[in-house]
Structure formats: C-alpha cells, structure tokens
Design a binder for this molecule. Structure first.
Ligand code: ASP
Length: 285
C-alpha cells in the first residue's frame, strides 16, 4: 500500500510556517518509504516541528502566565496503544517522552512525575523558551494589565492560539498512527491541560484511520472531537466529509483544525489559516 503522511502547524498558523509542515512531512515520509511504521513516522515528523522555534510545541512553546512552560503531547497507534504527557516541563521533545509512555502499561503521565519519568528514560533537562515565547508572555501580561481577557479567559473567545503541531500517517502495511504536541494557548494558568494529550479529544487512531486536531482545547474536549471524526470514518464516511462534519460542530469564533487519514483517502478542515502538508495532493486514491 502507498504510504501517506499529513502534518499541520495548528489552527491559526501563519502561511509563513508552511515550510515547517513540509520539512516534517518529508522526514516522516522518508521513514514510511523505507518501510517504517506509521507510529515512527509520526514521531519523527513531530520532532521536526517541536524543534522549530517558530512553532508552539517543544522549543518555542507558549508560556503560562507565571512564565513557566508546560507542554502536552500524545501518540496513538492503530492497535489503540497510546502514550501521552501533560504539563511536562524542561524536556526537548515531549513527543519522544510520549513514545516512552506508550511502551509502558500506562497512557498518560502528568506534571512533576512526567518530568521524573522523562529523566529516568534518559531525556535530559532542556529549556524550551525562546525570545518569542517571552515576548508572547509579555504581550499577554500587558493585555491583563489593560483589563482585557482573563476572567477566565472569557471562555477562550479571542484568545490567541496558533502553531500547535500534529501528524497522521498510514504505512505500507496499511497501519495508522497519530500524534500531537503543544505549548497550549495564551493566558493559561499553570497546570492547565488542553485536548492535545487526551485520547479521543486531541487525537484518535484505530484500524480504520487516524485523526489529529487543533484549536481551543476546552471546546475540543467537550465534543471529544477526534473520536467523533474517527467514528464517522469507521462508519464509512470519507475522511474529508468526516472532518467537515467535525468542524461543523463548532461556531466560527472557536478556532478548529482537523487532519484525518483512512485507507482510501485523507481530509483536512479548518476555520482559520492552517499550514499543513499532505504527501498526496489528491484527497482520494
Ligand atoms: N489545542 C491546543 C490546546 O488547547 C491549542 C492549539 O491547538 O493551538 O492546548
């Protein structure tokens, strides 16, 4: 079977980061073309995106309003094995830690114990902050000083979100995998966990396909969006139509982006600009 890989740089991402979606896609495709697993292709793609300081995942993640960076990431395989980390700090590649979690009997590690788990698996201490992430924090604090937003945070309407990353893949054996990684949204309180590390919300994979989503995490969790889209695919709907139906669950003022792959097609839907890359230009094949 022809392998396929789709990457995205988040609902609200600027078209100027298109090259990142493409570089990540090329890296993942390399893994698939060599006969590698969809799961490994997703990890390698997301590492490229996490290492790009322009994107809100890994290096360059958004700061909480107390100036800390707490990141969420997750992976899910066609056999429904999953691994995730939430509010993890001071690691370079949360998606690699999620991969290590997937190899354990657990699914999700959070906070200080996720950091301890990462260290015990050989992930050294790393500072993911950048001048841009500090600038974003200063802007948020300035807004708060001017009396704009939090209360908390006006249910996320008008909150800047962008540059969360994700990938879905199908390998030569027809097996699927999905992943996501984020620094979250602006104005987050410490300890806030979005949809990205939540199986069924930020991502879902099974024997019929794989889905990864981006947008306001709280709204995505309430709709269990990735499982919603996956279930439509499992019922026989084309991934494009399933993604369109998922998007239609949200009003326009809630930014949402969706990528999905199944055995005969792929789909993408977003109500904001979203840099994304697909290794196949055609949506059905
Ligand atoms: N879904 C992410 C979160 O709420 C943000 C995003 O996709 O940009 O943490």
């Amino acid at each position: 079977m022809r392998p396929l890989l789709i990457t995205h740089c988040g609902a609200g991402s600027d078209p100027s980061v298109q090259d990142a979606a493409e570089a990540a896609g090329a890296r993942g495709l390399e893994v698939l073309v060599r006969g590698g697993r969809a799961l490994d292709a997703v990890v390698e793609s997301i590492v490229i995106l996490e290492d790009d300081p322009r994107l809100n995942a890994g290096t360059g993640s958004r700061m909480r309003i107390d100036g800390r960076i707490q990141m969420d990431a997750a992976l899910m395989n066609w056999d429904r094995e999953a691994g995730a980390v939430a509010a993890i700090e001071e690691v370079k590649n949360p998606i690699r830690v999620a991969y290590d979690v997937l190899k354990t009997p657990h699914i999700l590690f959070a906070g200080a114990d996720a950091v301890a788990f990462a260290r015990s698996n050989g992930h050294p201490r790393y500072d993911p902050s950048t001048p841009e992430s500090r600038r974003n924090l200063m802007e948020s604090l300035e807004q708060i000083r001017k009396g704009r937003l939090p209360r908390y945070a006006r249910k996320w309407k008008g909150v800047p979100i962008h540059d969360t990353v994700g990938a879905v893949a199908r390998d030569r054996r027809g097996r699927f995998a999905t992943g996501s990684s984020t620094g979250g949204v602006a104005f987050m309180l410490p300890g806030r966990v979005g949809d990205s590390p939540i199986v069924g919300a930020g991502l879902y994979a099974g024997p019929r396909g794989a889905v990864s989503v981006t947008g306001i995490g709280e709204e995505i969790i309430k709709q269990v969006l990735s499982k919603f889209v996956y279930d439509r695919i499992a019922d026989g709907l084309a991934p494009q139509r399933a993604a369109d139906r998922g998007l239609a669950l949200f009003p326009d003022d809630v930014p949402i982006g969706i990528i999905a792959v199944a055995s005969r097609a792929w789909g993408e839907a977003a109500n904001r600009d979203m840099a994304f890359f697909s290794s196949s230009a055609r949506r059905t094949f």
